[in-house]
Design a protein. Structure first.
Length: 116
């Protein structure tokens, strides 16, 4: 089994920065994909960014140039550095780990609130 624990959320003013962390524990395979999703009130959950074990990354258009995803494989941790935050970035941010085709895990979520 795998557990994902997110941290780093909070309240920040527009233009500010936050860094989210997601630490994975349990049966972690060497090859996997870790990602950040977010869900704003009344909206569907959406992909923010993902990073593979080989450091391949992809970002939603809405966060390109502002957010950076990275990972520390030795610590089984993925990070999301969020700069130039906007009120529309307000959401619950979830960490996701996928390995092979049948193992799919989610964290409990961390709230990010950006005030204008």
């Amino acid at each position: 089994q795998v557990q994902l624990v997110e941290s780093g959320g909070g309240l920040v003013q527009a233009g500010g920065s936050l860094r989210l962390s997601c630490a994975a524990s349990g049966s972690i395979f060497a090859i996997n994909v870790m990602a950040w999703y977010r869900q704003a009130p009344g909206k569907q959950r959406e992909l923010v960014a993902y990073i593979s074990s080989f450091d391949d990354t992809n970002y939603a258009d809405s966060v390109k140039g502002r957010f950076t995803i990275s990972r520390d494989n030795a610590k089984n941790t993925v990070y999301l550095q969020m700069n130039s935050l906007k009120p529309e970035d307000t959401a619950v941010y979830y960490c996701r780990l996928q390995q092979r085709s049948e193992y799919d895990y989610w964290g409990q979520g961390t709230q990010v609130t950006v005030s204008s």
